[in-house]
Design a protein around this ligand. Sequence first.
Ligand SMILES: [Fe+2]
Length: 388
Amino acid sequence: MPYYRQMGEIPPKRHTQFRRDDGGLHTEELMGEEGFSYDSALLYHLYPPTALTAIEEVEMEDQAMSPNHPLRPRHFKTHKLKEGGDPVTGRHVLLSNSDVSISYVACDDDSGLFRNAIGDEVAYIEAGSGRLESVFGALPFKMGDYVVIPSTTIHRWVLDDDATFRALFIEASGGHVGPPRRYLSRNGQLLEHAPYCERDLHGPTELILVDEEEVDVLVKHRGGLTRFQFGNHPFDVVGWDGCLYPYTFSIHDFEPITGRIHQPPPVHQTFEGPNFVICSFVPRKFDYHPDSIPAPYHHSNVDSDEMIFYHEGNFMSRKGSGIEPGSISLHPGGHTHGPQPGSVAASIGKEGTEELAVMVDTFKPLDIGPGGWDSEEDKYAWTWLEGR
Ligand SMILES: [Fe+2]
């Protein structure tokens, strides 16, 4: 739902003749969501984006998922996972259900061209920087950015050499990710009570034109993985406009909503997807009622599983649990969770927090994938026992 943008050259009227320098016509492509009934963009290509020279099946690595059974709260240390590959092929699947898949990657290589035809992707950048190159142009990203990539956007990750790229990938299994509806006007403008506004959303900064033939693109689709070879490089777009394009939003631009007493997790909500939400916990002043308790109360999430990725800070409410930067906690529905013993009392009188974390709440149980099993710290379930 980002607002209207335009880049490069486009004709003054849509669906009219727009000629190349050689007199031929540009190829106009409408990339539209939900049939022709939701956000869309019009892209103007030098060559038809339909011209394929080869199609081949690509074998998928086995990412077998298994239920969280017996049911238990879990702790995964993502920094224990093997580094390698690239931001597309190096993903370790941690958790998934029929609505969303959550994976982690630590790598140094650029990716090849990729198109996720299943749903929107959101990458949260834990470390590293670079640019997401796509048919919409180059989109710079850095640590702390959410990179939102609409489904079917052909793109590649180009990494800077400054640090190992580390990111959490949240992939919708169909459907789209955007700002919470309650923060939008009827026409889609971010309202005054939203924790961010359009100025905080950053689109591509420059178009990319690549003149190459027979170019491979890996396509992830409901049937598996397919390699398309395009007759011309997909980066042949001379201009586009519309409300559908990749964008970044820095977690540091999320303005926390605080109060006299503890505010519920929805105040941290940043994005919504089909049957899941993404929330940002950012440095903020604590509650200012004279008797307030800044630590969260124990809660039983009747209808959701809750995973939190801990990026930076000392995570006061998880004290003594072994949670550290790079950790993920999974608190499933059916298990009441809350701060570790001592944290509630220790929080009283504290002025604020420097914690930085990303939470994904899902409305269906999350199964555990190879990345979860390979990084689990199995003592977490018992960390509420001592000092209670
Ligand atoms: Fe919680």
